[in-house]
Design a protein around this ligand. Structure first.
Ligand code: FEC
Length: 305
């Protein structure tokens, strides 16, 4: 049986506080942050314990997906992990495949919704790295409607609603990372895809009260997609809501944007407003999520022929 490569790509995180500056500079495409910007980001990492668990979680996700795929038995898969902003880089993962004689690979990003400003930037790095000698890549653009992913989201929303005092009156807010608002003029599918997956979950659960919110907007001059989660909380309070469930559907792991932006910043604002905020459990390497990603990869293998 020949081995099919899987290039699994994720955001990456600094492994200690000394790595925050090069990481931040990389995210800003080579522009160093000001001392104040750097201090603010370090403060946020310190608030979640000094480092983000993202790196460990991503490694566990990659190993678990490889095991799940190989347990299915109809092909041999080898997963190579490549990060957008830290080591091991996407180009290193591609080079590793070449060294191991892998000539075909499925490329998948651990982010379900496609945007030219997110998923496409991973694929671009992968395609460039593969130009010189392969492997041949089949890139998965989006997988936000993968049935098992939607089931996993729905199960987590249901679980969070069970923690509410009055679940039938609680508002479910589906959030995702904001992006610069200019994606709207670019005809980018990101916003529509987030709606589609949120609506699909709402339909599975028969939700009456649900809405969408943006989080973690970048600290740049240009306008970002809004309203921000904090503003959404304010409007909901004004409408009389006292309990909300936040489902960060755009993220598949516990990391800074969840552990700080929701668990510290948004929860604090919610408390000030007299709202109880319950966050849904993240996917991490939970078996239901691992099966969903394995399905995505198997589907891509069928499409690639
Ligand atoms: O736990 C961790 O250490 C890493 C958490 C982390 C994840 C993540 C995911 C996404 N981002 C996306 C877009 C942008 C854009 C900018 C931007 C900036 C930051 C900064 C940090 C950061 N992001 Fe991120 N993102 C994570 C962390 N992100 C830290 C810089 C400080 C700040 O602004 O808070 C703006 C770039 C610029 O300034 O030009 C755009 C998108 C995702 C979700 C998809 C994915 O995972 O790729 C989209 C996790």
């Amino acid at each position: 049986m020949t081995t099919l490569g899987v290039l699994m790509m994720a955001y990456g995180t600094p492994r200690n506080l000394d790595e925050v500056e090069p990481y931040y500079t990389d995210i800003r495409r080579g522009r160093k942050p000001s001392p104040a910007e750097l201090a603010d980001l370090i403060r946020r990492y310190e608030a979640i314990g000094g480092v983000s668990p993202l790196h460990d979680i991503t490694e566990r996700q990659a190993r678990a997906v490889e095991q799940a795929l190989n347990a299915r038995g109809d092909a041999t898969f080898r997963v190579y992990l490549g990060m957008k902003h830290t080591e091991p880089r996407i180009a290193e993962a591609v080079a590793g495949m070449r060294r191991d004689g892998i000539d075909r690979a499925i490329a998948v990003v651990l982010a379900p919704h496609y945007s030219a400003m997110s998923v496409e930037t991973y694929h671009k790095q992968a395609r460039e790295a593969a130009l010189d000698g392969g492997p041949m890549l089949h890139c998965v653009n989006e997988w936000h409607l993968e049935p098992r992913f939607l089931d996993a989201l729905a199960a987590r929303v249901e679980e969070a609603l069970r923690q509410c005092h009055r679940p039938e009156e609680a508002m479910v807010i589906f959030t995702a990372h904001s992006l610069p608002a200019r994606i709207l003029e670019m005809g980018d599918p990101y916003v529509d895809q987030l709606r589609e997956s949120g609506e699909a979950v709402a339909q599975r659960l028969g939700l009456v009260h649900y809405t969408f919110g943006w989080q973690s907007a970048g600290r740049t001059q240009e306008p970002w997609l809004g309203p921000d989660l904090l503003a959404t909380l304010e409007s909901l309070r004004a409408e009389g809501y006292r309990e909300v469930v936040v489902c960060a559907q755009g993220f598949v792991a516990d990391h800074l944007e969840v552990l700080y932006d929701i668990d510290i910043e948004a929860k604090h604002r919610a408390e000030e407003l007299g709202i109880r905020l319950v966050r849904t459990r993240q996917m991490n390497d939970d078996p239901d999520f691992v099966r969903a990603v394995a399905d995505v990869i198997e589907g891509a293998k069928r499409d690639a022929g």
